[in-house]
Design a binder for this molecule. Structure first.
Ligand SMILES: Nc1ncnc2c1ncn2[C@@H]1O[C@H](COP(=O)(O)OP(=O)(O)OP(=O)(O)O)[C@@H](O)[C@H]1O
Ligand SMILES: O=P(O)(O)OC[C@H]1O[C@](O)(CO)[C@@H](O)[C@@H]1O
Length: 580
């Protein structure tokens, strides 16, 4: 095992050291090379605590470790021990080798071992590679290792993490490893098995709780362990096979890049946004990505400015990212301090009608199916309105709501109770849709019992085709349309009849919304001449002139705060939202 050196100076670059010893005779002789040296990690010159090297090939042994780039000088030597007998050892001839502080150079003279008997001597070739690693490199390697991908930095995943207790006991380390790699999150393109189906995280159908289904069953079913006829959590592996249901709310992974959404004038030219000019040039739009976060901080300081109840009613064909967007928006609004809840009609439908509905259930001309879906939609809407009457402020109503008549029904129910804004998600990118559909079949409880993944995909496509036949894009009321936001070529946001503080905030959020996790690097400059003089502001030079190469590596005077956001929905409500 490679060992992690400790850093007491906080997060900094690390030096990755890989040592190799090559000698065909060692294996023949049944000898295992070890490293021991001056540092406790290498046994403090106690040969019984020497670190064994791992056999990588027939004649090659290796040992890798990661040490802080400003490590203490480490003197070390190779020694050989017979396999299975660690009490004997033969230490290499010659002076100690040194890994000098601040240097990545290590001497690579051959290692010579002399035996007392007729074996004479054994000479091994020594190879040493060193590489400066940023915490990101380490994190990426660790993450890659966890996900069974090829780590970018070979061996770096093998750092013992937070292993004070164990390695302290073994190696006498005085301080803990400060770089907690597990806290780093590197953008990950695949949906791991830790993903929970987003709709499962929405409000529990309270109206159904009082209609004969015990809350215990509901609770269990929502956690995924109820009778599958009632409800089941359906996480499946990338190959479509089931993986165990997730216990609690975890992440919704984001998976696609989005370019800068362009504002487009809606066809009917009826935008009314206070203090904002939205046109295709969008020159006046706040371009700074931090603007939303800044506005959010202001909101938090001064509190919500509006009491009006608002319903955001999602509209869109299946697999268009409605639940995904709804969940993001819910989190953002909560973070702003608005009482917000996400009601997912699919959850109601599954609870009331089971998880095994085939595409036929969604046919536009299946009268019973349409009625059943309208019924659960009405139940969800009632729950949402009741909750608003009890003090809730923003309800997010998540279903396809794909026909005008459905939307009329909702508008009627909401009359005098709350304002409705339709949020339509449109996606025309075939590749994105294909991928979304496969993800849905992997994750949706609707396919939890479908063992044939491709059959599930076919059924979902059939369902989608039925929806397409009856789909009526929103043209009524107040609306926001997110069009092709995931296509990679930008996208459009169209808005119609939106006014007021909170709707403005929501639009602002959606404009700035993107789907790719990305690191945020906050860089602090080194000590400037004005700093020395105690002056605030100004734009003076740095105190000493430092070659640009050193500056850019952040070693010397620059302090770089690396923040990596996991742009998922699992973080606490008070964290910086997943937008920037
Ligand atoms: N604006 C978007 N356009 C297209 N795809 C998106 C968008 N936003 C998110 N996605 C992707 O769509 C996938 C499916 O999302 P989601 O489950 O939210 O769809 P949905 O529209 O709610 O589907 P359904 O109506 O079948 O429940 C997600 O994995 C997400 O990566
Ligand atoms: O009744 P609607 O508006 O079609 O929407 C609810 C349905 O949308 C879906 O998300 C479509 O796939 C189903 O899970 C759910 O039953």
């Amino acid at each position: 095992m490679a060992t992690a050196a400790v850093s007491s100076g906080g997060i900094s670059d690390q030096l990755f050291v890989s040592i190799k010893l090559e000698c065909p005779r060692l294996d023949e002789l049944g000898l295992v090379p070890h490293v021991f040296g001056s540092h406790p990690v290498a046994g403090s010159w106690d040969s019984s605590k020497a670190l064994p090297m791992e056999q990588e090939e027939a004649a090659v042994w290796g040992l890798s470790c990661v040490v802080p780039s400003h490590h203490e000088t480490l003197d070390f030597k190779f020694l050989l021990k017979p396999k299975g007998n660690s009490s004997q050892c033969i230490v290499e001839e010659g002076p100690d080798r040194s890994l000098v502080c601040g240097s990545s150079e290590v001497e690579t003279r051959n290692a010579l071992f002399k035996f007392d008997d007729e074996l004479g001597a054994v000479e091994c070739k020594v190879f040493v590679e060193t590489e400066i690693l940023s915490p990101f490199d380490l994190a990426a390697s660790w993450k890659a290792h966890q996900e069974h991908l090829q780590p970018r930095v070979r061996g770096a995943h093998d750092v013992s993490m937070n292993a004070e207790s164990e390695s302290r006991a073994k190696n006498g380390f005085a301080s803990g490893l400060e770089l907690d790699l597990e806290k780093y999150v590197v953008p990950t393109p695949n949906m791991g098995s830790g993903v929970v189906y987003a709709a499962n995280l929405t409000e529990n159908p309270r109206s159904l709780l009082t209609t004969g289904i015990s809350s215990n069953i509901l609770h269990n079913s929502i956690k995924g362990d109820a009778s599958p006829n009632l409800y089941a959590s359906a996480n499946k592996g990338a190959d479509g096979r089931h993986v165990p249901p997730q216990e609690e709310q975890r992440a919704i992974f984001v998976d696609r890049g989005v370019g800068s959404p362009k504002f487009a004038r809606p066809t009917n030219e009826t935008i009314s946004m206070s203090n904002a000019k939205f046109d295709s040039e969008a020159k006046d739009m706040p371009a700074a990505e931090g603007a939303v976060a800044a506005a959010a901080v202001a909101d938090q300081m001064y509190g919500p400015k509006e009491d009006r109840k608002l319903a955001i009613v999602l509209v869109g064909l299946p697999a268009r990212g409605k639940t995904f967007t709804a969940a993001k928006l819910t989190r953002y609004l909560r973070w702003l301090g608005h009482e917000t809840k996400h009601f997912n009609v699919g959850k109601y439908r599954r609870l009331k009608h089971g998880i095994n509905q085939t595409a036929d259930f969604f046919r536009g001309d299946n009268k019973e199916g349409v009625e059943a879906r309208n019924e659960v939609a009405a139940l969800a809407m009632e729950d949402m309105l009741s909750w608003m009457q009890e003090g809730g402020q923003v309800g997010i109503f998540d279903a396809t709501n794909s026909t005008r008549s459905r939307r009329n029904m909702l508008m009627k129910m909401a009359e005098g109770k709350c304002k409705i804004i339709f949020l339509e998600t449109i996606c025309n990118d075939k590749d994105v849709l294909e991928r979304n559909m496969r993800l849905k079949v992997q994750q949706s409880p609707d396919y939890a019992e479908q063992t044939d993944f491709e059959a599930g995909v076919r059924d979902f496509k059939e369902r989608l085709a039925y929806y397409e036949k009856v789909y009526e894009p929103v043209e009524e009321g107040s609306y926001v349309k997110m069009i092709d936001m995931v296509s990679g070529s930008g996208g459009q946001l169209q808005i119609n009849d939106i006014s007021g503080y909170l709707p403005g905030r929501i639009v602002f959020f959606l404009v700035n919304c993107h789907l790719t996790p990305r690191p945020i690097l906050l860089t602090r400059h080194g000590e400037s001449l004005d700093n020395v003089r105690g002056r605030i502001g100004g734009d003076s030079s740095l105190r000493s002139s430092i070659p640009p190469a050193i500056l850019s590596s952040n070693h010397c005077c620059c302090t770089t705060l690396h923040l990596v956001y996991n742009l998922t929905l699992e973080n606490n409500a008070r964290e910086v939202p997943n937008i920037h």
